[in-house]
Design a protein around this ligand. Structure first.
Ligand SMILES: Nc1ncnc2c1ncn2[C@@H]1O[C@H](COP(=O)(O)OP(=O)(O)OP(=O)(O)O)[C@@H](O)[C@H]1O
Length: 308
C-alpha cells in the first residue's frame, strides 16, 4: 500500500538539550488507522507536532502525500487535521463560527452544508449557536474534532483523543474515527490507553524513549505475541515443583499456592490436557482454574521491559 506519510531519519533535540526523538523512520499507509502507543514522555506529541509543522525537527525528512513539510508547508498542512491533546477553544466564538473560521484558515471556500454535516456527525448541531465556553468538557473535545475536520483534511491526527472523556464519548469517537477511515481519511492517533489501540488500530507503532521500537499489524502483533495463561489455585501449598513437570515451565507463586502455565493459543497442542493429567499423576490437586488472554498491555509491558 502507498505511504501517505514518510518519515525518515527524524530526530529532535529541544533547546534544553533534551533529545526527544532519535532517528525515527516510519511509513503511514494511506487510509489506515495507525496507533502510536507509548508511555508518558515517549515522544508521541513531539513527532506529531513535527509532522504538522508546529515543532521543527533537528534532522531528517518528512513527506506528506509526497510533499516535503519544510518546502511545501502550506500544502502539507492543509492536508492535515490536528486534534490537540489540550482543550483549547476560542471561548467567545459560537460552535458553528469556530468551525467555519477554521475552514477559512486553510483557504477553503465557505461550505455551510459541510460544516453542518460535521457538527451533526459529532452530535454538536444542537449546540451550533452556543459559545465554546458554555460547552461541557466532552463537547469541547467534540468541537476540537469538528474544527480539525472543517477543512476536509485527508489525514487526521488525534493526540490522546479520549484522555479524560467518559465511556460513551469514547465509543462515539471510536465510531466516528471508523467512519472517517471508511471515507478514506488516514487516522493517526496517539494513546497510552492500550485498549484504544486494541479496539481501533489497523497497525500499531510502539515508541519509547524517543525511539520506535516496533511497528506491526495489530492482528499480527496479537497473534505473534498473544499467549494465554492458565492459573491453577492449588488445594495444598506446594513447596517444590516435581521434576516430571519440568517441560511445562510452570511458574510457582511465592506462597506456593498457585501455578501458572503459559501456552500458545495457536499451538496445535497447547498441552493443557496433558498438564492436568500429569498434575494428577504427581498428586497435585487444584480447587480452581482460570485462563487469561494476554492482552496488548502484557505485550507492551513485556516489550518495554525487554528493551530496557
Ligand atoms: N519544549 C520542550 N522543551 C524541552 N523538552 C521538551 C519540550 N517538549 C517536550 N519535551 C520533552 O520531550 C519528551 C517527549 O515529550 P512528548 O510530549 O513528545 O511526549 P508524549 O509521548 O507525547 O508524552 P505524553 O503521553 O505524556 O503526552 C518529554 O521528556 C518532554 O519533557
Amino acid at each position: 500500500m502507498q505511504s501517505v506519510i514518510s518519515i525518515s531519519g527524524v530526530s529532535k533535540t529541544y533547546a534544553s538539550g533534551f533529545k526527544a526523538l532519535e532517528d525515527i523512520n516510519l511509513e503511514i499507509r494511506r487510509g489506515e488507522i495507525f496507533a502510536l502507543l507509548g508511555p508518558n514522555g515517549a515522544g508521541k506529541t513531539t513527532l506529531i507536532s513535527i509532522i504538522c509543522g508546529i515543532v521543527n525537527r533537528t534532522a531528517g525528512t518528512v513527506l506528506v502525500d509526497g510533499h516535503d513539510i519544510g518546502r511545501d508547508y502550506r500544502t502539507t498542512r492543509s492536508l492535515i487535521g490536528l486534534v490537540p491533546q489540550e482543550l483549547t477553544a476560542d471561548m467567545w466564538e459560537t460552535v458553528f463560527n469556530a468551525c467555519a473560521y477554521s475552514r477559512g484558515l486553510f483557504g477553503k471556500s465557505a461550505n455551510p452544508g459541510y460544516i453542518e454535516k460535521v457538527l451533526r456527525d459529532l452530535s454538536l448541531w444542537d449546540k451550533r449557536d452556543a459559545k465554546s465556553r458554555q460547552l461541557s468538557g466532552g463537547m469541547k473535545r467534540r468541537l476540537l474534532i469538528a474544527k480539525a475536520l472543517a477543512h476536509e483534511p485527508r489525514i487526521l491526527f488525534l493526540d490522546e483523543p479520549t484522555a479524560g472523556v467518559d465511556v460513551e464519548l469514547r465509543h462515539d469517537l471510536w465510531e466516528m474515527v471508523r467512519r472517517l477511515r471508511d471515507d478514506g481519511v488516514t487516522i493517526i492517533l496517539t494513546t497510552h490507553y492500550i485498549e484504544e489501540a486494541e479496539q481501533m488500530a489497523d497497525r500499531i507503532g510502539i515508541i519509547n524513549g524517543g525511539k520506535i521500537i516496533l511497528v506491526e499489524d495489530k492482528a499480527e502483533l496479537m497473534r505473534k505475541l498473544g499467549r494465554k495463561q492458565l492459573v491453577l489455585e492449588l488445594r495444598e501449598t506446594l513447596s517444590e515443583l516435581p521434576s516430571q513437570l519440568d517441560r511445562y515451565k510452570l511458574e510457582r507463586s511465592e506462597d506456593g499456592k498457585r501455578l501458572t502455565y503459559i501456552y500458545d493459543t495457536k499451538a496445535e497442542r497447547p498441552g493443557i490436557a496433558s498438564l492436568l493429567r500429569d498434575l494428577d499423576a504427581a498428586g497435585i490437586g487444584f480447587r480452581d482454574l482460570d485462563t487469561e488472554q494476554s492482552s496488548l498491555e502484557d505485550i507492551f509491558v513485556g516489550l518495554l521491559r525487554e528493551k530496557q
